[in-house]
Structure formats: structure tokens, C-alpha cells
Design a protein around this ligand. Structure first.
Ligand code: URA
Length: 475
């Protein structure tokens, strides 16, 4: 993120956001006030969010407001007001009828990031309700919905009533964003994409949390990626966003925790669609391959926090132990299969996962040097995966469920020239050359092993998030 316009302005200064002034509002006044460095009150912000949702504010005016907000930054109060106004712009899902606390996990996006298929059934198996609303692949990162749709018949578009019925029956349901939840975000996010106003912590926070809070969650676990494959590469930006989301969601009444986690290499072994599901189902079946150890560990840590926030464990550590037991005794696998079946997916494809995998073209890439795998440009690796046909360039394009990349060496591994480094699966033979070339440029070998990077870094909770926002100077 650039330094200008990305800060939460005047973080320490609070003002009364409950203005009772009922004078009519005009978008031009709101834009000019923000442009001139003023701070908007909750009523003005609600006016913008409602106008975005119901179409009463023209796109040109919304775009100008987004750019002024990007340039000037949103204060903590403005961020909170925007989050709540966007949450309230549509219908809300109420998990009250589920009879259990509802907890979701949200990741800021990565390569091979497939923890949802583990944490949702593991937390469900431990008695937590998991209403998970996920996204599609865009840019260099994969999308949970595209991966699930690799299972023939799996429906990601459920009505809220169907969503509730699946959660009641299976403990977890993973679906896509509906038109009814937080429609202001749908409008504003599409405009941000077209106007260069995506990378702003206040706007990102309001966008992500409005959807999560509209789902009525009791608890939320945020997995904020750092390192070469993360959207926010600078550690301080990622930490700031994590703390901002925790403080904002907590102020809205949702218990929230954010874990800073490593994305300096793909998570686990597979990056693609079907092949990522295979890696997760192998773990759910109790297999423990060395190449999936980071995926297993991170999933248990995240599930542990979900189980804790869901009131089923005294601590995240106890939650981890319960999640591990559900992995070992097959309860997680049973919950996963039940959910897939309830959403129309053909679970028989998991009987012979190898035969189901039918990529259009395959190339085994041999290591082109001997040495330690020292550095992986994980964003580039994500683009390599996308170019196999597994991802999309524009929203709405189809993806190939069978395409992707399997990595045979992890960061820090010692490899000899000629040994298999990765297997690339593409939609057709002509689509092999580009991902292979990107892959080769993305890796650096060294004579000595690289410094290990911890899988989980800082953890932000209600206790430290607000202090971090106010006390950490931002460049
Ligand atoms: N994901 C979202 O839903 N919104 C953002 O602004 C960024 C990522």
C-alpha cells in the first residue's frame, strides 16, 4: 500500500458520531467536506452506503467519494460507521435458530490456501456452527468456491433458508455471497476495482466485515497473510489491517481474532482446484504427508480459535486439541462429506480421487539447479497457477477444475538438479509453457539453507488491537 491516503486518519481523536442533525444531506457536500480534510459523521456515511445499495447516488459521485476517502484515509470512527452502514444495507442472516454459536474464518487470500475445507468441518465436528461465505479466484489467489465446484453437482448458490438448513443438518455450509447480504459492498467493491481505490485499510475493513457481520456471526477468525504471496506485502500494512478489523468487529459485538500467517510459499503441496481438495481429504482421512504439514498445523490452529470463540473450548490451545482429535477419529471427514452431499455434491468422486483427475496436459518440471530452495515469489507462483487454466483473469470467466500445480519441494528443502520440482497440470498442451516459465523465474536456489519463517506470527485480539492502531506510527 502507498503511504498517502492509507492511514486511518486521526486515530486517537474521537468525535460524537451520533449526530442528530436532520438537515437534508447532499452528496456533493459530503464529497467536498471529505476532500477538504473533514471527518464525516455516521449519518453522512449511512447516506452514502444506502445510496450505493439502492442506486440513488450516481456512480460518478460514489467514485469521487471513494477517491477522496482513499486519499484522505478514513478515521477509526468513519471506518466503524461505514462497516455498520454497509452491513445494514441489505438483509441479515440470523444464526439464532442454529442453537449453537456461529463462527466463521476469513483469509486475506493466498496460493494453495485451502484451510476452509479443514477448519469448517473440524469446527463443526466440535459443535460450532460454521456459516461460511466465500469468494472466487481473482488475480493470483485461488477461490474456495471454484475449488468446491470441482466436485460435480456441488451448489455454491443457496438461498439463506437452504444455507440455514445445511448448517442445522451438517454443522457447516460453504456458499458464495448472495445478492441480499451487504449490497452496498457489491456496488462499492465493483467501483473500487475500476477506480484504483481498493488498497485502503478502512475501505477493505468495511468491505470484508460488512459481509461477515451481516451473517450474524458470534465469532470470526481472520487469517491475514504476510510474505511474498500476500496482497499486502509490507508487514506493517498487514498488521495494521488485522488490528483494524479486530477492533472494528469487536466494537460491533463480534468476538474476533486475527492471526498473521506466512505466505512466503504456497500452503501445502497443491495449488489449483480439484488437487487442493484431494490434499485436504487426504488429511481428513488421517494421512500425514510431510509436504502437507504446514497446512495441517495452520488448519488446526485456526480451527482451535474457532472452537474457542464458539464456546466449545476454554482456550484456543484446548480447541486445537479438540480439532486434532476430530481429525484423528474421522469426525472431520464425516462432517465434510455430509456437507458436500447436502449441497448436491457427488461424494463418490472421493472414492478414487486419482482417476477423477483428468488434466488436459501434464509436465513434470525437473529442478534446473542443485541447492536449497531459498526464495519463492509466491505471487508469481499464483499467476503460474492461474495461467494453467485454474484461475481467471476477469470476473465471470470459467476455471478448469483439473488444472494447477503440485509442488514437490518446499522452501528450505535441498534438491538436486534433475529431481522433480513440480508437476504442472494445464487445460491443454499450449498452456504449459507459460506457467513453467513463470515457475522457473519465481524460484531462487542457494548454497546454504534460508532462515525459516514462522507459520504464525502476531495474534491480534480485543486486548491489543486498539492499542496497536493508536500507538503504531505509520509511514
Ligand atoms: N476482500 C473483500 O471482500 N473486500 C476487499 O476490499 C478486499 C478483499
Amino acid at each position: 500500500m502507498k503511504s498517502e491516503g492509507t492511514g486511518v486518519g486521526k486515530a486517537g481523536r474521537r468525535r460524537d458520531m451520533t449526530s442528530t442533525n436532520s438537515a437534508p444531506l447532499h452528496m456533493i457536500d459530503i464529497i467536498r467536506r471529505k476532500r477538504d480534510g473533514g471527518e464525516l459523521d455516521a449519518r453522512e456515511i449511512a447516506f452514502v452506503a444506502a445510496g450505493a445499495a439502492n442506486g440513488s447516488i450516481p456512480e460518478a459521485e460514489l467514485a469521487a467519494w471513494l477517491m477522496t476517502s482513499w486519499l484522505k484515509g478514513l478515521s477509526l470512527d468513519e471506518t466503524r460507521a461505514l462497516t455498520l452502514a454497509m452491513r445494514d444495507s441489505g438483509v441479515k442472516f440470523s444464526p439464532a435458530g442454529l442453537g449453537r454459536r456461529a463462527v466463521d474464518k476469513h483469509s486475506s487470500g493466498g496460493v494453495g490456501d485451502k484451510t476452509s475445507f479443514l477448519v469448517a468441518p473440524l469446527a463443526a465436528a466440535c459443535g460450532v456452527a460454521v456459516p461460511m461465505i466465500s469468494g472466487r479466484a481473482l488475480g493470483h489467489t485461488g477461490g474456495t468456491l471454484d475449488k468446491l465446484e470441482a466436485i460435480p453437482g456441488y451448489r455454491t448458490a443457496l438461498t439463506l433458508a437452504e444455507f440455514e438448513a445445511v448448517i442445522k443438518n451438517c454443522g457447516a455450509s460453504i456458499i458464495g455471497q448472495t445478492d441480499e447480504l451487504a449490497p452496498a459492498d457489491r456496488k462499492l467493491y465493483a467501483l473500487r476495482d475500476r477506480t484504483g481505490t481498493v488498497e485502503n485499510p478502512g475501505l477493505i475493513c468495511a468491505s470484508i466485515l460488512s459481509k461477515k457481520l451481516a451473517a450474524g456471526l458470534d465469532g470470526l477468525v481472520l487469517d491475514v497473510k504476510t510474505g511474498s504471496g500476500a496482497f499486502l506485502r509490507r508487514q506493517e500494512d498487514a498488521e495494521f489491517l488485522a488490528a483494524l478489523m479486530v477492533a472494528t468487529a469487536e466494537a460491533a459485538g463480534t468476538r474476533t481474532v486475527a492471526l498473521m500467517t506466512d505466505m512466503s510459499q504456497p500452503l501445502g503441496r497443491a495449488a489449483g482446484n480439484w488437487i487442493e481438495l484431494v490434499e485436504c481429504v487426504e488429511l481428513l482421512r488421517g494421512e500425514r504427508p510431510a509436504w502437507s504439514e504446514d497446512l495441517r498445523e495452520l488448519s488446526l490452529i485456526l480451527a482451535g480459535w474457532m472452537i474457542y470463540l464458539g464456546g466449545k473450548a476454554e482456550s484456543a490451545k484446548t480447541g486445537y486439541t479438540l480439532a486434532e482429535a476430530a481429525l484423528d477419529d474421522g469426525a472431520g471427514l464425516a462432517a465434510f462429506m455430509k456437507m458436500v452431499d447436502a449441497q448436491g455434491g457427488d461424494v463418490s468422486v472421493f472414492d478414487d480421487m486419482k482417476s477423477f483427475h483428468k488434466p488436459g496436459a501434464t509436465e513434470i518440471v525437473a529442478a534446473w539447479e542443485s541447492g536449497f530452495v531459498a526464495e519463492m515469489d509466491t505471487t508469481a507462483l499464483g499467476w503460474a497457477v492461474q495461467r494453467t487454466g485454474a484461475g481467471r483473469e476477469k470476473a465471470g470467466e470459467p476455471v478448469d477444475p483439473h488444472a494447477g500445480i503440485l509442488f514437490h519441494a518446499r522452501r528450505g528443502a535441498k534438491i538436486e538438479k534433475g529431481q522433480p520440482f513440480a508437476t504442472v497440470y494445464a487445460t491443454k498442451p499450449e498452456l504449459l509453457a507459460e506457467p513453467v516459465a513463470i515457475l522457473k523465474r519465481a524460484i531462487r536456489f542457494s548454497k546454504t539453507p534460508p532462515e525459516p519463517v514462522p507459520l504464525v506470527g502476531r495474534v491480534f485480539t480485543q486486548e491489543n488491537a486498539e492499542t496497536h492502531l493508536v500507538s503504531t506510527p505509520r509511514s
